[in-house]
Ligand binder design. Structure first.
Ligand code: NCD
Ligand code: ZN
Length: 395
């Protein structure tokens, strides 16, 4: 079956232009004018984007399916415009062996979006990393949900040497200020050390959820380091803590209003946006769990900022699609280009909506942005040439 997306404003080759896009057998086969196909989607007044990619999610399966699973997490991804996500290894038990990695990859097939997996590094699993041969390796330098932190100071260099140099090692940046053993200062020093070692060894590292301008600056000094920022650090600060209570708790923590503004000023140096979608039940949040859901609000938050003149749409789309492909070597994704995957997100940039947790697809059914009015919403999502979400509804 062939499908054409007609009359939309498409993001092609770094800019927006009015073009039709034709997909056949899951692949983009033609981009042009007056194209025809068996089926047609009318995208008049819409933005036509490459299917977005989120390099940092926690879909909780296996082990914590009561918080999220690949079905609900996959639906949340699609509703938020993401056709590919890369899932973190801090499952229960953690994904640190080839066997668990392969089992998880099988489970992930039931998701409505493509789910790729980060592999977790420990103080001892160097052989397992080699055997599993993942697209990226995640190292935790600071405490997080799940026990995955490296303890031996030699492990970092050992992993840097052991993992193929053309693939990124993702570093979990500065951690939790309330953790007595690893306060923010210490963990930021660890991050600085990890980045300077990478610079020396010319090893590609990717800094996860940088939350301050100083972290972005440290990352930028290293030629082989790329860096991501999460929307909650751009749109929330400690000012929101009194309103959100335990629902504001996240690693790294929300920063002061001043630091939030500085983070905006460092955006030119940021390579990509990652939601760090980390759903927890309301009960777990009330008991102190750290992490915020973000898949269904991130694109709209960014588009709302574009509408307000705070960000440029081109900047946003590049950081939610092609830059991620380049960092993680994801072949033939993230661009509207002949021969690339037929993964497409169609957005109505004028559609206004209000965040309501109970309407969300994520199993946790709450959002730190509850009640926020946003402008710009995902209208239709095509995965592999097949519409999976059409005019705001799942098919
Ligand atoms: C994440 C989680 O809940 O898995 N929590 C968070 O606060 N971001 C873990 C993580 O990304 O550190
Ligand atoms: Zn995370």
């Amino acid at each position: 079956m062939s499908l054409v997306i007609k009359n939309g404003t498409a993001f092609i080759n770094g800019h927006f232009e009015k073009k039709d896009i034709c997909i056949e057998d899951g692949i983009i086969t033609n981009i042009g004018s007056n194209l025809k196909a068996d089926e047609k989607i009318n995208a008049t007044d819409m933005l036509v984007l490459p299917g977005l990619i989120d390099p940092h999610v926690h879909l909780r399966e296996p082990g914590q399916e009561y918080k999220e699973d690949f079905v609900t997490g996959g639906r949340a991804a699609i509703a938020g415009g993401f056709t590919t996500v890369i899932d973190m290894p801090n499952n229960l038990p953690p994904i640190v062996t080839k066997k668990r990695f392969e089992e998880k990859a099988k489970l992930a097939k039931k998701a409505l979006c493509d789910v790729l997996l980060h592999f977790g590094g420990t103080d001892k699993n160097f052989d397992e990393v080699k055997k599993a041969d993942p697209l990226s390796l995640k190292l935790y330098l600071a405490k997080t949900t799940g026990e995955m932190m490296l303890h031996n100071p030699d492990s970092l260099e050992h992993h840097y040497e052991n993992f193929p140099s053309n693939r990124p090692i993702v570093l979990h940046a500065c951690g939790d200020s309330s953790d007595p053993e690893t306060n923010v200062k210490q963990s930021c020093e660890k991050t600085e050390h990890a980045i300077s070692l990478a610079n020396k060894m010319k090893r590609h590292i990717h800094l996860a959820h940088a939350s301050t301008k100083s972290e972005v600056l440290i990352a930028q000094k290293c030629k082989t380091c790329t860096v991501e920022v999460a929307p909650h650090h751009l749109f929330l600060s400690v000012r929101d803590e009194s309103r959100l209570g335990p629902f504001a708790k996240v690693y790294p923590p929300l920063r002061s209003e001043q630091k939030r503004i500085y983070l905006w000023q460092s955006l030119e140096m940021v390579d990509c946006i990652a939601t760090d979608h980390a759903p927890h039940t309301t009960e777990d949040k009330e008991n102190g769990a750290a992490g915020l859901p973000g898949l269904e609000t991130s694109l709209s938050l960014m588009l709302t900022a574009c509408d307000q003149g705070l960000l440029d749409k081109i900047w946003v789309v590049q950081r939610m699609s092609e830059n991620i492909v380049d960092i993680f070597n994801l072949k033939k994704k993230g661009r509207l280009k002949k021969g690339y995957a037929g993964d497409i997100t169609i957005v109505d940039p004028k559609r206004e909506w209000e965040v309501c947790g109970s309407d969300l697809e994520t199993k946790c059914k709450w959002s730190p942005f509850e009640g926020k009015k946003l402008k710009g919403k995902v209208h239709t999502v095509i995965r592999n040439g097949n519409p999976v979400y059409l005019e705001y509804c799942f098919i």
